[in-house]
Design a protein around this ligand. Structure first.
Ligand code: ATP
Ligand code: MG
Length: 151
């Protein structure tokens, strides 16, 4: 049966808010009516939880997190965007971000192993999808994941 991505994201955020978060608000917006997809739910869950966790972890002042979903049924892709207003990633670190154990110079006081994004990237690629980000230190970070609706 197809997965309704809008419901999936909403439920994920609800579970997430109760569980892990302390005071961060996640604002979810869905830009598409038809969000049906055939996807591996567990991989998608893993990808989104990792990116949302990073957004929260690297937004120590409890800034708002924006989570947006767009499904383009004609192009056959789902686009997930997770945007934070946290510490950002210094430019010099950006090209190394998907390397194992790499952690940006401004995040040394925040705990992490530097493996989350490496695994996320592999999950995205296993779906024949793409991952990218834009970031500015002290301003915030936006991760964009594009996944085929039917794999
Ligand atoms: P973990 O393996 O527990 O996820 P981690 O969060 O350090 O540890 P990654 O998720 O792979 O590892 O992220 C790698 C590095 O990228 C982080 O250490 C941090 O420096 C930077 N980073 C990732 N996401 C963000 C973000 N949303 N804002 C700022 N920096 C980020
Ligand atoms: Mg992480």
């Amino acid at each position: 049966a197809p997965l309704n991505l809008q419901e999936f994201c909403q439920e994920l955020i609800e579970g997430f808010t109760i569980g892990e978060i302390s005071g961060h608000e996640i604002i979810f917006t869905c830009h598409s009516e038809n969000t049906d997809a055939l996807m591996d739910e567990r991989l998608l869950h893993y990808i989104l939880v990792n990116l949302l966790s990073n957004s929260i972890k690297y937004s120590p002042c409890k800034e708002t997190i924006r989570f947006e979903l767009t499904c383009d049924q004609i192009q056959g892709v789902a686009i997930f965007q997770i945007q934070d207003e946290g510490i950002g990633i210094p430019e010099a670190d950006q090209s190394h971000l998907f390397k194992s154990f790499y952690r940006a110079s401004n995040s040394q006081s925040i705990q992490g192993t530097g493996l989350g994004l490496v695994i996320v990237k592999r999950c995205v690629e296993a779906h024949n999808g793409q991952i990218s980000f834009t970031s500015q230190e002290g301003v915030g970070t936006t991760f964009t994941i594009t996944l085929p609706l039917n794999f």
